[in-house]
Design a protein around this ligand. Sequence first.
Ligand code: ZN
Length: 164
Amino acid sequence: MNRSVRVLNATYEYLGEVSADRAVVLIATGSAQSTEDVIPIFPVRSKHVEIPLPRTILLAEYVYVAHRVTVTDSSRATFTGIFDRDGRQCAYCAARATTIDHVQPRSRNGPNTWGNLVACCSSCNQRKADRTPAEAGMRLLWEPKAPRRIEKVQQKIWRELSRT
Ligand SMILES: [Zn+2]
């Protein structure tokens, strides 16, 4: 069974995901509880118990997260991360992107950051060359920013919790 379960800190802060097996252990040992006890979604049968597998579990005790990584627009980004964020679409023409463009060119100290890298098709990349979008007469279809996935998941959790 490879469903994943969201884990919330005791403060309802989103921490990440664990495997269903791990979630079952956390619930069985009393380390966590389902946030949706009333909606059994997916029954889990082990040798001894049968419990509904929730989508979200809440830790019984607060876990101090010492090194929460804050990703900002000026954080360093990987090329893979940029392709993921941009869905492999060229930021200038929406064609399939195969390259990465430095919005502020590398030759002018444009950094490898979320705010300065975009996925780019090879023809746009060649056309833009060592120029800024303005100099090349090209327009970005979107503003490159640090990915907001974690924040989005957290917002969704707050929304779901406010409904119950
Ligand atoms: Zn393009």
